[in-house]
Design a protein around this ligand. Structure first.
Ligand code: KIV
Length: 251
């Protein structure tokens, strides 16, 4: 984990993407990505749920095992789904299960509110990545995916969250949909790297949901993503070629 702090000191950007299955994990790993997250975004882009609030630990374990088989080099991080870290003891048990499934580190959502859980997991020797800003597991209470850190008081609260997560022992922290200026302030205030998603250019690294990057979930693309490929269009094209070829064949 020190390697990521050193990268921050040297000003080297950290790259991270999500994977939920063996072939994607293997392709990302072979391409040289630094971190692979089995995110609970699994629920939306793979399992067809409306949001991440229905994802279970059993589902995360199943997909973490598949991803682990494809990763040789990158740091593999497993996401703790909602209500699997409500208490420190539950957090430790859930984190251990993800590690047994093949993750090398875990991630949970929350700052100051979740310090006892973070400390308990780190005390077990399990590396932990924090996640502050917009917290998708709270999307129903929040009423949508809204930018965080636009006001002075929100910015100050987020800097406090970042510092608390660092002090509790996290090796990195995700900043999700945080205003770029606040993301810059948090990044400057911390020694651990910040990994941004929809939070501007000032973070120490960037993470995306792979399906968004490669255009594999065409029904919704977050505003901050510029897809680099149109894989869904390629699938549709190949399927239509196959349908046409099969229907026109005489044998
Ligand atoms: O679940 C996920 O994919 C995430 C990333 C968006 C950071 O938490």
């Amino acid at each position: 984990m020190q390697e990521f702090r050193d990268k921050k000191k040297r000003g080297e950007r950290i790259t991270a993407l999500t994977a939920y299955d063996y072939p994607t994990a293997r392709l990302l790993d072979e391409s040289g990505i630094d971190m692979i997250l089995v995110g609970d975004s699994l629920g939306m882009v793979v399992l067809g749920y409306d949001d991440t609030t229905q994802v279970t630990l059993a589902e995360m374990l199943h997909h973490t095992r598949a991803v682990a088989r494809g990763v040789k080099r990158a740091l593999l991080i497993g996401d703790l789904p909602i209500h699997t870290y409500d208490t420190p003891a539950q957090a430790v048990a859930s984190a251990r299960a993800l590690i047994e499934a093949g993750a090398q580190a875990v991630k949970l959502e929350g700052g100051v509110s979740h310090i006892p859980q973070i400390e308990a997991i780190v005390a077990e020797g399990i590396p932990l990545m924090g996640h502050i800003g917009m917290l998708p597991q709270s999307v129903r209470e929040e009423g949508g995916y809204k930018v965080k850190g636009r006001t002075q008081s929100e910015a100050e609260a987020l800097v406090r969250d970042g510092k608390a997560v660092e002090k509790a022992g996290a090796f990195a922290v995700v900043l999700e949909i945080v205003s770029p200026e606040t993301a810059r302030q948090i990044t400057n205030a911390l020694e651990i790297p910040t990994i941004g998603i929809g939070s501007g250019e000032h973070c120490d690294g960037q993470i995306l949901v792979t399906h968004d990057l490669i255009g594999l979930f065409p029904w919704f693309t977050p505003k901050f993503v510029s897809p680099e490929a149109r894989v869904a269009d390629e699938i549709r094209r190949a399927v239509q070629v196959f349908i046409g070829r099969t229907r026109s064949s005489k044998d």
